[in-house]
Design a protein around this ligand. Structure first.
Ligand code: FES
Length: 278
């Protein structure tokens, strides 16, 4: 199938304004957008700037707008787009470094502000003895939010994120992921930043962040749960969480004698003849 890729080009060091350049290539049934862009870069125009790494939807570095929708180029097959003209643009709401590559520094600085790691009041993190206890239901509470790959698609899709002061969907989802982790004790340390004028209250619940997430994370849900948590805290209704204790040392496991034993062997090695050999 012949497809025309209309690609956003902009080099801030020499271009006055962005422009679009078209490349016509032939693709196979399973060709991904990333493979098509790499073909263009290798065969037609090596000045095209693209960012990618894993090529399998894990690293989150190949995010771009494909026909106007934020997607991972490595996870999107051209044939799925049902169009033979594909518009390729960089993610919105980030400064452009070159062509399709944007600068995530502001986003990662905000991510750092919400302390995206387990915080404890005890000294276990400094001098670890054993792992923390976490029950399966406590793990499943945070699992979907822990799947976030920080690709920035939610940030690009969010109508509020054009105000760069807003913390944004993935940062707030990560804040929720840590404060709701049964092992974490850092709710108070994150409270002020989440409750700030550019924290969770800026979200208008458009929900586009959750629609575009390539990992099935629901940042819109996390943000609403943050609002609930802050409201109940301010009303004095929030249950104070006690961080999970350290797991007790393992005790020696002794073999239970009532465990069913395998049936006795019918042939022993020194009795095997050639017909019994396997
Ligand atoms: S290259 Fe890693 S997610 Fe696409």
């Amino acid at each position: 199938m012949e497809v025309v890729f209309k690609i956003h080009r902009f080099d801030p060091s020499k271009d006055v304004s962005p422009y679009y350049k078209q490349y016509k290539i032939t693709i196979d049934k399973g060709t991904t957008v990333l493979e098509a862009l790499l073909y263009i870069k290798e065969r037609l125009d090596n000045s095209l700037a693209i960012r990618y790494s894993c090529r399998m939807g894990i690293c989150g570095s190949c995010g771009m707008r494909i026909n106007g929708i934020p997607m991972l180029a490595c996870k999107t097959q051209v044939s799925m787009l049902k169009s033979n003209i594909i518009l390729i643009e960089p993610l919105s709401n980030n400064p452009i470094i070159k062509d399709l590559v944007t600068n995530f520094s502001n986003l990662f600085a905000k991510h750092k502000m919400i302390k995206p790691y387990i915080i404890r009041k005890d000294s276990e993190l400094d001098n670890p003895t054993r792992e923390y206890l976490q029950k399966p239901n406590e793990f499943f509470n945070i699992l979907q939010f822990a799947l976030c790959i920080k690709c920035g698609l939610c940030w690009s899709a969010c109508p509020i994120s054009s105000d760069n002061r807003y913390l944004g969907p993935f940062v707030l989802a990560q804040a929720y992921r840590y404060i709701s982790d049964s092992r974490d004790d850092g709710y108070n340390e994150r409270f002020d930043i989440i409750d700030s004028p550019h924290g969770c209250w800026r979200c208008h619940f458009a929900g586009s962040c959750s629609q575009v997430c390539p990992r099935g994370v629901d940042p819109a849900l996390a943000i609403q749960l943050l609002k609930k948590s802050i409201t109940t805290t301010k009303l004095g209704l929030k249950k104070i969480k006690t961080a999970a204790p350290v797991a007790p040392p393992l005790t020696e496991v002794t073999r239970k004698l009532d465990v069913p034993q395998p049936p006795p062997r019918t042939v022993f090695k020194n009795q095997r003849d050639s017909t019994n050999e396997r």
